[in-house]
Design a protein around this ligand. Structure first.
Ligand SMILES: [Zn+2]
Ligand SMILES: [Zn+2]
Length: 156
């Protein structure tokens, strides 16, 4: 009798351990990547320069960002930020990757913008969006190509 109880207890414990191990591996194990403070002087200098550049651009009316922490992406790649204007274009909302990520977490600061409508763009810099710019409907190609500017290469 005691043996059977012990066996049952052992069985249950075993199942619980397996279940916990499964849950741990599936849900509770976080990816190892995390923020580590750096004192690399190059990085500190870059951040300082970037901050100053953004202040300067802002003063000259060239930095109009759309998120609560104004993005760095546009300063780094474009020397100006058009994102506030771009996210406000109803039906054609776009922003740089950094702003799009912030909107995704509801960190935008332009009222009336639908965060889910924003399409990420790199303004052709990474070449993964405007590069193709294929016509949505090939049956309209004939009429449209007459009006669209000629593209080198010609193949869509
Ligand atoms: Zn922005
Ligand atoms: Zn931006």
């Amino acid at each position: 009798m005691i043996n059977k109880k012990l066996l049952a207890l052992f069985g249950i414990s075993f199942i619980i351990v397996i279940a916990l191990a499964f849950l741990y591996s599936k849900y509770w194990r976080e990816p190892a990547a995390k923020y580590v403070k750096t004192d690399n002087p190059k990085l500190i200098q870059i951040r300082q320069d970037l901050k100053e550049l953004k202040l300067e651009l802002k003063k000259n009316g060239l930095y109009s960002c759309c998120i609560q922490n104004e993005c760095n992406w546009c300063a780094l790649h474009m020397e100006h930020c058009p994102c506030a204007k771009l996210v406000s274009a109803k039906g054609n909302e776009k922003s740089c990757p950094e702003c799009a990520a912030a909107w995704n977490k509801k960190q935008g600061r332009i009222p009336g913008v639908d965060p889910d409508a924003i399409e990420v763009t790199t303004f052709g810099i990474y070449g993964f969006e405007e590069g193709g710019h294929h016509q949505p409907d090939s049956s309209e190609d004939k009429t449209k190509t007459a009006n669209t500017p000629h593209r080198e290469g010609g193949e869509y």
